[in-house]
Design a protein around this ligand. Structure first.
Ligand SMILES: [Zn+2]
Ligand SMILES: [Zn+2]
Ligand SMILES: [Zn+2]
Ligand SMILES: [Zn+2]
Length: 231
C-alpha cells in the first residue's frame, strides 16, 4: 500500500499542506475567521479550545486536525471519530490516558475499572498530552490523539470542528497500477487486495469480500464502507 502521500487540506483556505506543517499553518492561515474579541451572546461563552491532531497509529497517512472545546466530552470525540472515519457496526471503543481507560459501555460488557466516556476534555487535556484510542476490540483501528495547542475562544453549537485532514492516499491496483477503488477484506490482511474496478470484477475471493476504498484508516476493515473523510 502506498504511504507516500501525507499532504492534506486546510478547510479554511483550501491550501495543500503537510501533516506536521499544518499545525503551524492553522495558527497563521489568513482565511481562518478570527474569534470575536468578546462573547457575543449568552450562547457563546469564553472557553478553552484544544488543537488536536488525530492520526492512525499504523497508517499515519490518515490524519485529522480538530479543534475541541474544553467542555466537550470523550463521548463527543468518540462520536466525531465514528462519524468521520470509523463506524461500521456499532463496535465498542476506548480511550486511554496514562493508566486510565475510558470505554463506551455495551449491555453485556464490563472491563475492570474503566470509566465511561462522560469525562470532559478540559479535565484531561493540556498541550503535550497524548490519548490512545481503539475502535472495535476485534478488528481494531488504533488512533493517537495528540494535543498540540490550546487557546482562548468561545463556545459554539459545534463542540468539535474539523480544521484539516489528509488527502486520499494514492493507492494503486495490485494488478494494473490504476487507482484502487475496491479492497478485499481477506487479502488486505496479507498486505494486498487493492483493486481497480475492472480487476475487482475478476478477483478470486469473490465480490462479497470487497469494500469500497474510502479515505479512512478503517478502509478494508470489518464492514466499513465509508463515508470516510471527504476533503
Ligand atoms: Zn489555511
Ligand atoms: Zn464492524
Ligand atoms: Zn486493476
Ligand atoms: Zn481477496
Amino acid at each position: 500500500m502506498a504511504r507516500a502521500t501525507s499532504s492534506g487540506k486546510c478547510i479554511f483556505c483550501g491550501g495543500t499542506v503537510g501533516k506536521s506543517a499544518m499545525t503551524r499553518h492553522l495558527t497563521t492561515c489568513k482565511l481562518r475567521p478570527p474569534e470575536p474579541a468578546q462573547a457575543l451572546s449568552r450562547r457563546r461563552r469564553p472557553t478553552q479550545l484544544y488543537h488536536l491532531v488525530v492520526s492512525s497509529r499504523y497508517a499515519p497517512m490518515y490524519w485529522l486536525h480538530l479543534e475541541a472545546a474544553s467542555n466537550a466530552t470523550l463521548d463527543d470525540l468518540d462520536d466525531f471519530l465514528r462519524r468521520t472515519w470509523l463506524e461500521c457496526c456499532g463496535h465498542l471503543s476506548a480511550f486511554r490516558l496514562g493508566g486510565r481507560a475510558f470505554s463506551s459501555s455495551g449491555a453485556d460488557w464490563s472491563w475492570g475499572d474503566d470509566q465511561d466516556l462522560d469525562a470532559r476534555l478540559g479535565e484531561l487535556l493540556a498541550p503535550g498530552v497524548t490519548l490512545s484510542y481503539e475502535y472495535d476490540f476485534g478488528t481494531t483501528t488504533d488512533l493517537v490523539v495528540k494535543v498540540v495547542g490550546q487557546r482562548d475562544g468561545l463556545t459554539s453549537d459545534q463542540e468539535i470542528t474539523l480544521l484539516a485532514g489528509n488527502h486520499p492516499p494514492a493507492i494503486p491496483c495490485e494488478s494494473c497500477a490504476q487507482a484502487a477503488a475496491r479492497v478485499c477484506t481477506q487479502c488486505v490482511f496479507e498486505g494486498g487486495g487493492w483493486l481497480c474496478k475492472a480487476c475487482a470484477r475478476k478477483h478470486a475471493c469473490g465480490q462479497d469480500m470487497l469494500l469500497p476504498v474510502v479515505n479512512s484508516p478503517r478502509v478494508g476493515m470489518c464492514g466499513y464502507n465509508g463515508p470516510g473523510l471527504a476533503i
